[in-house]
Design a protein around this ligand. Sequence first.
Ligand code: NAD
Length: 253
Amino acid sequence: MSSAYSGKVVLITGAAAGIGKATAEAFAVQGARMVLADIDAANGEAVAANIRANDGDAVFYPCNVVDAAQVKALTAMIDREYGRLDCAFNNAGVEFEQDKLADADETVFDRIMDVNVKGVWQCMRFEIPLMLKNGGGAIVNTGSIAALGAAPKMSAYAASKHAVLGLTRSAAVEYARKGIRINAVCPAVIDTDMFRRAVEIEPRKAESAARLHPVGRVGRAEEVAAAVLYLCSESAGFTTGIALPVDGGSTCI
Ligand code: NAD
């Protein structure tokens, strides 16, 4: 297999499902050497095995992105086994609360902040030194349209995704001259397990979510994957620090 990402070493967190899984499969088809990380070992191993069964190159490594020791061990393994890291997609995240701010639970707030914000920070601080060893790389963090404006009944989630953009933009400027580009993708509603869990709790969400997007439907994980591959590619060589909506037009209105 030889194409755009031939031989590139790519790390994806939250790769056992949804957007992370679709992105792992898209990179693998382009020849990348995939390192998949997730807390869900059973599904993570299955995604990696499926890529290998389709002549791709993938390993799974269990990792909780909140835990410094686990992220350090993951990047140390990449350094030892591959000697480089070309691209990283920091995508692991947990869903929003279902309550207005004053009704929300502190443990839920802490969990959202831990995974969505600290997890991205934790990954970037171990990925960047590894990328610097080989003259640079590309990082994409998963934001959300909830990073770009108000998100009623999901204020903690919205705050966590706004924070992801703060990390993305600041690090992008810090490392721009060192050859590392750092961007974010901001999906609207995407049909993944996360969305299906929200619909289970509130079935009306299925229809209202489709209406939210001018294109009249929710998005597909593969459509986010395509944006991530673009942001990591040489075609995006002059693009850093951006928050790219993948949103069916929803942030236009
Ligand atoms: P998903 O629940 O289908 O998949 C998320 C994956 O992250 C799971 O495999 C889960 O095990 C993993 N994960 C959770 N906590 C982790 C941790 N601490 N360490 C390592 N892995 C962990 O969700 P998805 O819809 O694919 O979401 C992926 C990302 O996209 C998240 O950051 C989410 O906030 C964001 N997002 C999703 C939507 C949507 O509508 N689905 C919209 C905007 C943004």
